[in-house]
Design a protein around this ligand. Structure first.
Ligand SMILES: Cc1cc2nc3c(=O)[nH]c(=O)nc-3n(C[C@H](O)[C@H](O)[C@H](O)COP(=O)(O)OP(=O)(O)OC[C@H]3O[C@@H](n4cnc5c(N)ncnc54)[C@H](O)[C@@H]3O)c2cc1C
Length: 455
C-alpha cells in the first residue's frame, strides 16, 4: 500500500489501540512496525521455559481502570489477581527475616506512598529529595523500600525522576497476571489489523498537506500520522522529521528517558522448590537504594521457573556484560539467600534474559520524567499540525505512564485527534480535560543531551 488515511508507526500497545480505533471509525490505516512481530515491549516467550514467560510487560496494573482488562476477558482470558497469592519471603545477610522484622518492613512500605503524597513537591524536586523530606533514608528498611520504588518499579533511581511525575504515576492495585502472558494478549489484539512487520520508518515528512513515511519498505503517504515509537528511540534520532519537531516536543522527548528493568527466567533443575509456594516473592534487604540486587517471583502458576528482576543502574551494567553474566548474577544473588541449595535447585542452562537495552527498537524499558520535567508527558501528547502528526505511547500518559494500559489509552486519544483532523479541516480547540495536561510548557529546558539512562 502506498497511500492511506492514517499511518501508525509502531505496533505496540499504543499502535494497536490506534489502529483499532481508526478501523472502528471507518478510516483506512497502515501500521508500520520495525520488528518481525507486533506487541512492542509486550512479548511472551512460550518456547524456552516450557511455559509462557513475559520478557516485557507482565501485569495489568491498576486493573480497576485498565482498558486491557475487559479486552482480555472478552477474549476468554482469565486475569488472575496476583495480590491474592502474593507472599513475600525476605532475607537479610543470608537469614530469613522473622515475623517482627517483617512487620517493620511492611510498615515502612505502607507508609512510603502516603508520606510522600502528603508533601507538595517543590519545582524541580526529585523523588529522592521528596523521600528525604518525608524522613526516609536512615531507617532499617528505608533503602530496601526505595530500591523497590526506584530501580525495580520505576526502572531508575529515585534521584533521576521528578517527584511530581512520580506521585502522578503511582499505580494502585489490583495487579492482574494473565496465565497466557501479556504479550499473548497484545498479539491477539493485533490479529486482523493492517500491520506491516519489518517496516522500519527512517524519515517522516510532515511539511506538506500529506504526511510521508520512508524507509527500506519504500514510501507511504497519508493524511495524518501517529508515532508510537519509544522516546529513547526518538531521542537517538532513529526517525528524521521534516520539518524538525517543535523545540518543546523535541525537548519533551529528551525529558522522558527510559530506565531499564531486565527479566530473568530460571528453570528448576529437579524437584526442589526451595520451600516456596507458587507466587512467593523473593527479596533481600539492601543497604543502599542503588545496590545491585535481584527480586524474584517463585513458580508463577505452579510452573517450574523463577521470574527474576533487576532494575536501574545494575541492569544497564549487566546488559553491557551480556546474558550469561546476568544469569550468573541472578544465581549469585539467590545463593546469598539460599546458599548452595540455590545452585542445585536451579538450572544455569536454558535461562531466559530480556534485552530491552540493546534492542534498537526500545533502547530501555519504560519512561520517567527527569526532575523538573513533569509537564513533558502532556507536551509530547499534544497533537501537532492540527492533529496531522500525533505522538502516542506509554510516555505520553499523565497517570498510567510506563504501562500497557496507559499506552493503549494514548493510542486511542491520538486516533481521536487524527480522526478529527481528517473530518474537520480546521484544528479544534482542546477539550478542557486534555487542555490541563498540555498547558505548561517546559521553560528552563536543559540542552538536548543523553538519550537514555544508560551509564
Ligand atoms: C521489562 C519490562 C517490564 C514491564 N512490565 C510491565 C508491566 O508489568 N505492566 C505494564 O503495564 N507495563 C509494563 N511494562 C511497560 C510496557 O511494556 C510498556 O509501557 C508498553 O508496552 C509500551 O507500549 P508502547 O506502544 O508505548 O510502546 P512499544 O510497545 O515499545 O511499541 C512501539 C513500537 O514501535 C516499534 N518501532 C520502534 N522504532 C520503529 C521505527 N523506526 N519504525 C517502525 N516501528 C518502530 C517497536 O518495534 C514497537 O513495536 C514493562 C516493560 C518492560 C520492558
Amino acid at each position: 500500500m502506498r497511500e492511506t488515511d492514517v499511518l501508525v508507526v509502531g505496533a505496540g500497545a499504543a499502535g494497536i489501540a490506534a489502529a483499532r480505533a481508526l478501523g472502528q471509525a471507518g478510516l483506512r490505516c497502515q501500521v508500520l512496525e520495525a520488528r518481525a512481530r507486533p506487541g512492542g515491549r509486550a512479548a511472551t516467550d512460550t518456547a524456552t521455559l516450557g511455559a509462557p514467560f513475559d520478557l516485557g510487560a507482565t501485569w495489568l496494573h491498576a486493573a480497576g481502570r485498565n482498558p486491557l482488562r475487559p479486552l482480555a476477558e472478552a477474549l476468554g482470558m482469565a486475569p488472575f489477581d496476583h495480590g491474592s497469592a502474593r507472599e513475600s519471603v525476605c532475607f537479610d545477610a543470608g537469614r530469613r527475616v522473622g515475623p517482627e522484622d517483617m512487620a517493620a518492613y511492611d510498615a515502612t512500605w505502607e507508609g512510603f506512598h502516603a508520606r510522600l503524597a502528603a508533601l507538595t513537591p517543590q519545582p524541580g524536586e526529585s523523588a529522592a529529595a521528596l523521600a528525604a523530606r518525608a524522613g526516609f533514608g536512615p531507617g532499617r528498611w528505608d533503602a530496601t523500600v526505595m530500591h523497590w520504588e526506584g530501580p525495580v518499579i520505576c526502572a531508575t533511581p529515585l534521584a533521576g525522576m521528578d517527584a511530581r511525575d512520580y506521585l502522578d504515576t503511582l499505580l494502585e492495585r489490583p495487579d492482574l497476571l494473565l496465565p497466557e502472558g501479556a504479550g499473548t494478549l497484545l498479539a491477539r489484539l493485533a490479529q486482523g489489523l493492517p500491520i506491516a512487520c519489518g517496516a522500519v520508518v527512517e524519515r517522516l515528512d510532515w511539511s506538506g498537506p500529506r504526511v510521508v513515511a520512508e524507509g527500506p519498505f519504500g514510501r507511504l503517504e497519508a493524511a495524518a500520522a501517529i508515532v508510537t515509537v519509544p522516546t529513547a528511540v526518538l531521542a537517538a534520532g532513529a526517525i528524521r522529521f521534516t520539518p524538525e519537531l517543535p523545540p518543546d516536543t523535541a525537548q519533551a522527548i529528551h525529558d522522558l528517558p527510559l530506565g531499564l528493568l531486565t527479566k530473568i527466567g530460571l528453570r528448576a533443575a529437579g524437584a526442589d522448590r526451595l520451600d516456596l509456594p507458587p507466587f512467593a516473592g523473593i527479596e533481600r534487604r539492601v543497604e543502599r537504594e542503588e545496590e545491585a540486587a535481584l527480586t524474584a517471583i517463585a513458580w508463577p502458576f505452579g510452573h517450574d521457573h523463577l521470574m527474576g528482576f533487576v532494575g536501574g543502574p545494575a541492569a544497564w551494567e549487566l546488559a553491557g556484560a551480556g546474558p550469561e553474566a546476568t544469569v550468573d548474577f541472578a544465581l549469585a544473588e539467590l545463593a546469598k539467600n539460599f546458599g548452595a541449595r540455590a545452585a542445585a535447585a536451579l538450572r544455569r542452562d536454558g535461562a531466559l534474559v530480556s534485552d530491552w537495552a540493546r534492542d534498537p527498537f526500545s533502547r530501555g524499558a519504560y519512561s520517567h520524567a527527569r526532575p523538573g520535567r513533569a509537564t513533558a508527558r502532556g507536551i509530547l501528547a499534544a497533537p501537532l499540525a492540527g492533529g496531522r502528526l500525533c505522538f502516542a505511547g506509554e510516555a505520553c500518559h499523565s497517570s498510567l505512564a510506563a504501562t500497557l494500559g496507559g499506552a493503549w489509552e494514548t493510542g486511542e486519544a491520538a486516533a481521536a485527534h487524527a480522526i478529527r483532523s481528517l473530518r474537520d479541516k480546521e484544528p479544534q480547540p482542546l477539550t478542557p480535560a486534555l487542555a490541563w495536561r498540555y498547558a505548561a510548557p517546559a521553560t528552563d529546558a536543559p540542552p538536548l543531551t543523553g538519550t537514555t539512562d544508560e551509564r
